[in-house]
Ligand binder design. Structure first.
Ligand code: DX5
Ligand code: ZN
Length: 223
């Protein structure tokens, strides 16, 4: 079966002093989505950026889908801000909201595509309960908070279980893997069912973005 793989560089590892150009460069180098990691120094012990930066990227001319990964608590109040700022996907952690269905509905009503992000130790029950409302599932292969961590291999089993849940239900939900993805492991991860690959340090930490993304696609071409 031909799968349509997407590469989603995480701007967490970009040079923020020239963020617009960095994003244009990865898109021109073959990236599909821009992964936008929002951290609040509360849900996770790190602080990054918010809706105004997303809006700036749109104003700079970025047209690629922006995949907003919210590592914030609470979630709901930020949704309309990100929708207005041009977010495409908005993904949140089930632990961070009072009522998952309400938050998913808010995202959809705001005109964005909802998703759930699942930590390595979070069960898949939330996926099973809300599958029909999800456009994307983000399977965390590190504990959220920082770029540059090592891929946790135990997550691969959860990834294939999630792929089965999606396929058995006949849904076409994106299955994204986030954390520690690089050229040397992307092919193996794809075998377990991921179709969207977030990579921060694995792309922005390299000299030649096009060469890196081409190498990733090359690894994926034999899957
Ligand atoms: C972790 C973030 C990831 C991270 C990925 O909290 O959600 O998106 O930036 O970075 P790398 O690819 O360097 O692990
Ligand atoms: Zn992320």
């Amino acid at each position: 079966m031909e799968r349509n793989f997407k590469i989603a560089p995480s701007i967490l590892s970009a040079d923020f002093a020239q963020l617009g150009q960095e994003v244009v460069d990865v898109i021109n180098s073959g990236a599909d989505f821009i992964h936008f990691d929002v951290m609040d120094n509360h849900f996770v012990p790190n602080l990054t950026f918010g809706p105004v930066i997303c809006e700036s990227l749109r104003k700079y001319g970025v047209e690629a889908p922006i995949d907003v990964h919210l590592m914030v608590e609470p979630v709901d109040r930020l949704i309309s801000d990100f929708a207005d700022a041009g977010a495409t996907f908005i993904t949140f952690h089930p632990e961070a909201t009072q009522d998952i269905s309400t938050t998913l509905e808010l995202i959809k009503t705001a005109g964005c595509k909802p998703g759930l992000a699942i930590n390595p130790d979070t069960p898949l029950t939330h996926i099973e309960d809300h599958l029909e409302s999800l456009d994307i599932i983000t399977m965390m292969s590190v504990y959220p908070g920082f770029a540059g961590q090592s891929f946790i291999p135990e997550v691969l089993e959860k990834l294939s279980l999630t792929r089965k849940i999606i396929d058995d239900a006949g849904e076409n939900t994106f299955l994204e893997i986030d954390g520690g993805v690089k050229v040397d492991n992307i092919g193996n991860i794809a075998k377990y069912g991921a179709d969207v690959f977030v990579s921060g340090s694995g792309i922005f930490g390299t000299e030649d973005y096009r060469a890196t993304i081409d190498s990733m696609r090359n690894e994926l071409s034999s899957i």
